[in-house]
Design a protein around this ligand. Structure first.
Ligand SMILES: [Fe+2]
Ligand SMILES: [Fe+2]
Length: 259
């Protein structure tokens, strides 16, 4: 039976597949940590209230990177090189989504539109992260090796998403609604395509590592493309809506440490 649970179980049970999974996750999280750290440093004078939240956001992503590296170490595995086609953050940047790394390396403060770009990009990518971690938590939340890590990261990603909703709504109230909607739409449409491409690349590598028969690999590829078709038709809309979260100021405290 092909299910998210059985697929993931196969990956967890196989050292090389698990190594690739954790390495891809660790790389993406560390990248997110760096980006958010730079954003925190470049927040403009008029929006200084955002700086500690962006810094906390970055600290959380750095912590997630450390958690995935700790999971590798616990198995006695070294991080693997992430294949370029599976590098989600790099592919998004190449499509011009979010703030370019050259922009983040510069010392000039962000403009208000840059802040919207940052929050909209995060609104979309944190939705993905939150959904993926909820799926993992549903199936592996009690797993002896992974459970605690998965539960903690899932809760953090939910907080990141709540923070993006709240801050974007605040900017929308200041009259930036049209800009926000335009940027959110561009981000969502690009993200769903990048997510499809990365999923196909990861499944291709996993299939080879796990020795999947061709029909199984083909069926999974069809599933990924069908899912993209659904997201392109209607699913993308869930990534651009804004709703005030139940939990306000979700990033308003220190990082919860993973000991
Ligand atoms: Fe994360
Ligand atoms: Fe996140």
């Amino acid at each position: 039976m092909l299910s998210a649970r059985s697929l993931f179980q196969e990956i967890v049970d196989h050292d090389e597949a698990y190594r690739l999974f954790c390495s891809i996750a660790a790389g993406g999280e560390a990248q997110g940590g760096w980006e958010n750290g730079r954003i925190a440093a470049l927040i403009p004078e008029g929006r200084r209230d955002l700086a500690p939240k962006a810094a906390r956001h970055g600290a959380d992503e750095d912590k997630h990177g450390r958690i995935f590296r700790a999971l590798l170490r616990r198995r006695g595995l070294e991080a693997a090189t992430v294949p370029a086609a599976a590098d989600y953050t790099m592919l998004l940047e190449r499509r011009g989504i979010g703030l370019a790394h050259d922009r983040l390396r510069a010392a000039t403060p962000l403009t208000e539109e840059d802040v919207i770009t940052y929050l909209a990009h995060s609104r979309v990518t944190e939705q993905r992260a939150s959904e993926q971690m909820r799926l993992l938590r549903k199936h592996f939340g009690d797993h002896p090796e992974l459970g605690r890590a998965v539960r903690m990261i899932s809760q953090d990603e939910d907080n990141h998403l709540a923070y993006c909703h709240e801050e974007l709504l605040r900017l929308a109230r200041d009259g930036r609604g049209r800009t926000i909607q335009r940027i959110l739409r561009d981000c969502a449409l690009a993200e769903i395509a990048v997510h499809r491409d990365v999923s196909l690349a990861v499944m291709d590598h996993m299939g080879r590592i796990l020795g999947w028969p061709a029909p199984k690999a083909a069926l999974l590829a069809v599933g990924i493309r069908l899912h993209y078709g659904y997201e392109r038709l209607v699913g993308w809309r869930r990534m651009v809506s804004l709703r005030m979260p139940e939990r306000r100021d979700a990033l308003g405290g220190p990082v919860t440490e993973y000991a």
